[in-house]
Design a protein around this ligand. Structure first.
Ligand SMILES: [Zn+2]
Length: 182
C-alpha cells in the first residue's frame, strides 16, 4: 500500500484524466505521484595510460570494482554530479573532458552517463563508499570483478575502440540479463 506524500492518506494506481498510464493517486486529495527514471553519473578517469577504478564498500555489488559513479542530485548538472561522485569515491582531482557513453536501463528505470576525465595527479584518497581506489594498467583491469554492466561496457569500448578518438557519444539499451558483468 502506498501513501500520499502530501497528506498521508492511502493512494491507488489509476490512470489520470488525459493521461495514458497508471499513476499513484491519493484517494483523498487527488495528488498524483509521478515516478521517473533516476540518472546515474560517473567518470572514466585516466592518468597516463592507467584507468581509475574504485572497489565498492556498499551494496549492491560490495567488493566489486567500479568506475566512480552515483545518483545525480537535485540542482546539479550531470557534469557536476560526475565530478562530485569521483571526488567522493576516490579523492581524485580531475578535469572532465567530454561525455562518453549513455546507457538506458529501462528494466530498472535508470539512465547511466559516463564522462571521460583526466586525473591531475595520481594521489587518491577513497571515501567511505570505497574500500580502495586504484589506477589500473589496461592489461590489469579486473574484468571478472566489475560491478555493473554499464561499467564493463564503458571500459570495453574505451579499451577496444580507440579510446578518445571517436567523437560520437556511445549509446546502448542494456537488458536485465546483462546486469551481472560476469
Ligand atoms: Zn493526499
Amino acid at each position: 500500500m502506498k501513501f500520499c506524500s502530501e497528506c498521508g492518506s492511502t493512494s491507488s494506481l489509476k490512470i489520470p484524466l488525459e493521461d495514458n498510464r497508471e499513476r499513484v493517486i491519493c484517494d483523498e486529495c487527488g495528488y498524483i505521484q509521478y515516478e521517473n527514471p533516476k540518472i546515474v553519473v560517473g567518470t572514466l578517469c585516466t592518468y597516463e595510460n592507467k584507468i581509475l577504478l574504485c572497489k565498492r564498500a556498499i551494496e549492491p555489488r560490495y567488493g566489486f570494482w567500479t568506475l566512480p559513479a552515483g545518483f545525480l542530485e537535485l540542482n546539479e548538472s550531470t557534469r557536476e554530479g560526475a565530478t562530485r561522485e569521483t571526488i567522493e569515491e576516490s579523492g581524485a582531482e580531475i578535469i572532465i573532458s567530454k561525455l562518453y557513453a549513455i546507457f538506458d536501463l529501462p528494466f530498472c528505470n535508470q539512465v547511466h552517463m559516463f564522462y571521460l576525465a583526466h586525473l591531475q595527479k595520481p594521489s587518491l584518497c577513497p571515501g567511505h563508499e570505497s574500500l580502495e581506489a586504484r589506477l589500473f594498467e589496461i592489461n590489469q583491469i579486473p574484468w571478472s570483478e566489475l560491478s555493473f554492466a554499464s561499467v564493463k561496457k564503458t571500459l570495453d569500448i574505451f579499451v577496444g575502440c580507440g579510446k578518445e578518438t571517436s567523437t560520437a557519444v556511445y549509446n546502448e539499451v542494456l537488458e536485465k540479463k546483462n546486469i551481472a558483468s560476469n
